[in-house]
Design a protein around this ligand. Structure first.
Ligand code: THU
Length: 130
């Protein structure tokens, strides 16, 4: 049976190739696995109105949420430009709210990874209702 990091690496690196990033030329792929084993993957999608750009992590998570999945086990992230690309601040905030106990796997191109809890990547993150 495949390990979770292998599954996340395969899906995030496959979807990374679909990145729409004519401005930065940076490709990012993300894959989330739900607690019941479903996988949703997303790439970054840029826009000439730069602020409209959406990161790969948020594409993957919004795909899952839109399909009715809201319990997440792990997310994997990969980039063609950086080894172990750390998620941007907005994505950390986004991930923390939707999946406060998720494991975040940051990959290099070989599939090596560094694993963090989202609460480690965004300590004292903003949350309403606690
Ligand atoms: N990007 C992501 O997809 N995820 C991140 O966490 C960091 C940045 C994308 C957005 C943009 O298309 C490009 O990388 C450069 O910022």
């Amino acid at each position: 049976m495949k390990k979770i990091h292998q599954i996340l690496f395969e899906h995030s690196s496959a979807v990374m190739k679909n990145a729409y990033s004519p401005y930065s030329k940076i490709k990012v792929g993300a894959a989330v696995i739900t607690k019941d084993g479903f996988i949703f993957a997303g790439c970054n999608v840029e826009n000439s109105s730069y602020g409209a750009t959406i990161c790969a992590e948020r594409v993957a998570l919004t795909k899952a949420i839109s399909e009715g999945f809201s319990k997440f086990k792990a997310i994997g992230i990969i980039s063609n430009r950086f080894d172990f690309i750390p998620p941007c601040g907005i994505c950390r905030q986004f991930i923390l709210e939707l999946a406060p106990d998720i494991d975040v796997y940051l990959f290099n191109s070989k599939g090596d990874f560094k694993k963090f809890r989202i609460s480690k990547l965004l300590p004292k993150g903003f949350r309403i209702g606690e």
